[in-house]
Design a protein around this ligand. Structure first.
Ligand SMILES: CC(C)(COP(=O)(O)OP(=O)(O)OC[C@H]1O[C@@H](n2cnc3c(N)ncnc32)[C@H](O)[C@@H]1OP(=O)(O)O)[C@@H](O)C(=O)NCCC(=O)NCCS
Length: 170
């Protein structure tokens, strides 16, 4: 059985053959990910198979969300905070030949674990679903829509960690 590891994108990873079925995402990995890393506007993490081939990737960046995304029990104790800190998964894709095997879900889990390991303030994970298919994928993985936002969805970190824990218990 193939095993996978995740790592920060580095020049050692061969990005040229990555195909997710969405050209803009493939081009991002091939041409723009390093620029974003260099400019400190995103981190990029890849999932590698046994042979070191990129099976999927995602980006992570700090962002903020309106205070009303959190329940009053959380926000009433933060009277002067206009927004809540969050982590944005700006891009996420799985190689076509690896889709439907749970790797998309594993990439989200990796983003949750990574965010938790930073020990920073992040109330939720945020994604921008680029189309209905992406929206359905994120909804199937616990993300909820944000009122008045066309594409943005969110998953509170506390909920994400509970989902991971129950997945672990099987
Ligand atoms: C969307 C994408 C990331 C899904 O990755 P994947 O590895 O095929 O998904 P997984 O196998 O991990 O699926 C995880 C769960 O999401 C569900 N799911 C996956 N794609 C879905 C879809 N299009 N609609 C509804 N549910 C979906 C699966 O059924 C599974 O749920 P289950 O365990 O309850 O059965 C992948 O198809 C992809 O890279 N597509 C092209 C790029 C893209 O659209 N990225 C979206 C971010 S903008």
């Amino acid at each position: 059985m193939t095993s996978f590891v995740t790592a920060s994108l580095s020049r050692d990873h061969d990005r040229t053959g990555f195909r997710s079925g969405v050209e803009a995402l493939d081009r991002y990995l091939q041409e723009f990910a390093f620029q974003d890393i260099r400019r400190r506007v995103a981190g990029c993490f890849v999932m590698l198979d046994d042979a070191g081939e990129i099976a999927g990737f995602y980006t992570l960046a700090a962002t903020s969300v309106p205070l009303n995304l959190a329940p009053p029990a959380v926000t009433k104790k933060l009277p002067r905070y206009p927004v809540l800190p969050a982590m944005l998964i700006g891009r996420l894709a799985v190689a076509t030949k690896r889709q439907g095997q749970g790797l998309g879900r594993a990439l989200i889990a990796d983003a949750v674990i990574r965010t938790e390991s930073f020990r920073i303030g992040a109330y939720a994970l945020i994604v921008d679903a680029k189309d209905e298919r992406a929206r359905a994928f994120y909804a199937a993985n616990g993300f909820a829509t944000i009122p008045d936002e066309a594409r943005r969805m969110f998953l509170p970190m506390a909920t994400a960690l509970q989902i991971l824990e129950s997945d672990r218990r099987g």
